[in-house]
Design a protein. Structure first.
Length: 237
């Protein structure tokens, strides 16, 4: 009786490479599905606190935060913030291309991030500048624009933006600085709050510098303009 020779099956290097890329493919697919689900949930459910808010809460111990629906916030505030941060908010799909071109021409000295991009960064990503964060921001922003309304994007942004060290959200900031409810903010007060947003840890709406006062005046004028020319329609009504 002739014994059958045992066959030695060896996995080829090509097979390992194929499996590796297959794992990567499924991993990316799962992450995209998870991200899509979270974005879809946040269309209806308010993100109570972001990673940055929680981190600052542990560091400062006395963080103040209150959520407020956009319909309970003065239109002065929403217009001022849009005028200050992203005047063409209603006219783009997440990226302001002319502003990006201008930023490139000025060597990056001019900001080009839209409210949509900033909302994505504040809700889903981390602070600081890095190419990896910007790449993720560029991927997530169109998804957010596709799933959320402009009104929802602005609502979330105004509720998680930092207006002073440990002071998050327009409702908290309006009481902190002026002792008034967010629905009663005047245009002047709203413009001062919006003026602090580029650097809230260094600027104060309570004791504004001459620079901040001048910036607030420009924002106030811009807020009136976007109200008149229709660039506020996507988040009002």
């Amino acid at each position: 009786m002739v014994k059958e020779k045992k066959r030695n099956y060896k996995t080829s290097p090509k097979s390992y490479i194929s499996r590796f890329f297959l794992w990567i493919f499924w991993g990316v697919l799962i992450l995209v599905a998870l991200l899509f689900s979270i974005i879809a949930v946040y269309k209806f459910v308010d993100p109570s606190k972001t990673i940055y808010i929680l981190t600052e809460g542990r560091r400062l111990k006395n963080l103040t935060y209150e959520w407020r629906d956009i319909d309970q916030i003065s239109t002065n505030a929403s217009r001022a913030i849009v005028a200050a941060e992203d005047a063409n908010f209603c006219n783009h799909w997440g990226f302001d291309i002319p502003a990006i071109r201008l930023a490139i021409e000025n060597g990056g000295n001019v900001g080009a991030s839209t409210i949509s991009q900033q909302t994505v960064k504040n809700v889903f990503l981390w602070q600081g500048r890095s190419w990896s964060r910007k790449a993720l921001e560029a991927i997530i922003t169109p998804l957010v624009e596709a799933i959320w309304s402009k009104k929802r994007i602005l609502e979330i942004y105004m509720n998680i933006a930092e207006f002073d060290e440990g002071v998050f959200g327009i409702a908290t900031a309006s009481m902190w600085y002026f002792g008034v409810d967010a629905k009663n903010l005047s245009l002047e007060q709203s413009s001062l709050l919006a003026a602090t947003l580029p650097n809230p840890k260094n600027y104060s709406a309570r004791i504004p510098t001459s620079y901040l006062k001048e910036r607030a005046k420009r924002i106030s004028s811009g807020a009136v303009t976007i109200g008149l020319d229709g660039r506020s329609t996507c988040f009002e009504g």
